[in-house]
Design a protein around this ligand. Structure first.
Ligand code: FMN
Length: 197
């Protein structure tokens, strides 16, 4: 199969981070659709084929339980009352708008055959595969690193061990909103150095 280069770059440019406030709150995504989406991760590049990406999908009551747990962490975090209430309301709103919240995890290779940074990079490649596939499936979402990412209690909640890392959340929903890419993107000649002699 040959992919038209104009189409492939257009597809890459079409992927956007779509935030929960832009999701259609009354939509849903089935378990099958989520599994089909996450299948894209399988084809990410990975040194020594360690395939370190893991995803914990919170949906339905699982998502409500996660939100309750996150609220407890916020309440314990010791901010003043108003700041706590603001954070809680924001968190609840994000969950209400989302169809699922996916924890992004790097599971460290038992033998540590490759450095940690390579494993984190492989997970990021996997997430990009998922993000690109999402737009072709009519799904929307974004990678968030807020809300107690890799926090001690969150690690326990996600059953992480040893050198595993929690790398954030992928909020998933549906959205009819059309979002254009931010224009503040560097031109290619600003990030590529050509050495020809
Ligand atoms: C590793 C990673 C972490 C991110 N964390 C956040 C975050 O915590 N909050 C947020 O609003 N966006 C987060 N983003 C999404 C960026 O805001 C987004 O990619 C950027 O604004 C460019 O927009 P685009 O994805 O539509 O091109 C994250 C993206 C990556 C790759």
């Amino acid at each position: 199969m040959n992919i038209d280069p104009t189409e492939s770059i257009a597809w890459i440019k079409k992927r956007r981070s779509v935030f929960p406030k832009m999701f259609d709150a009354n939509s849903s995504i089935s378990e099958e659709e989520i599994l089909k989406l996450l299948e894209a991760a399988r084809w990410a590049p990975t040194h020594k084929l360690t395939q370190p990406w893991r995803f914990v999908v919170f949906m339905d009551k699982g998502m409500s339980a996660l939100t309750v747990m996150q609220i407890e962490l916020i309440q314990k975090s010791g901010n003043d009352g108003e700041a706590i209430q603001f954070k809680i309301a924001k968190l609840e709103q994000k969950a209400k708008q989302s169809c699922a919240i996916v924890a992004i995890v790097m599971q460290r290779d038992v033998e540590k055959r490759v450095p940690e940074w390579e494993e984190i990079s492989a997970v990021a490649c996997a997430v990009q595969n998922v993000a690109l596939h999402a737009s072709s499936l009519g799904l929307a979402g974004y990678w968030s690193t807020g809300t107690f990412t890799n926090h001690k209690e969150m690690r326990e909640y996600l059953n992480l061990e040893g050198d595993d890392l929690h790398l954030g959340w992928f909020y998933l929903g549906r959205s009819e909103a059309i979002k254009e890419a931010k224009r503040v993107r560097r031109n290619t000649d600003e990030f590529v150095e050509l050495r020809k002699d």
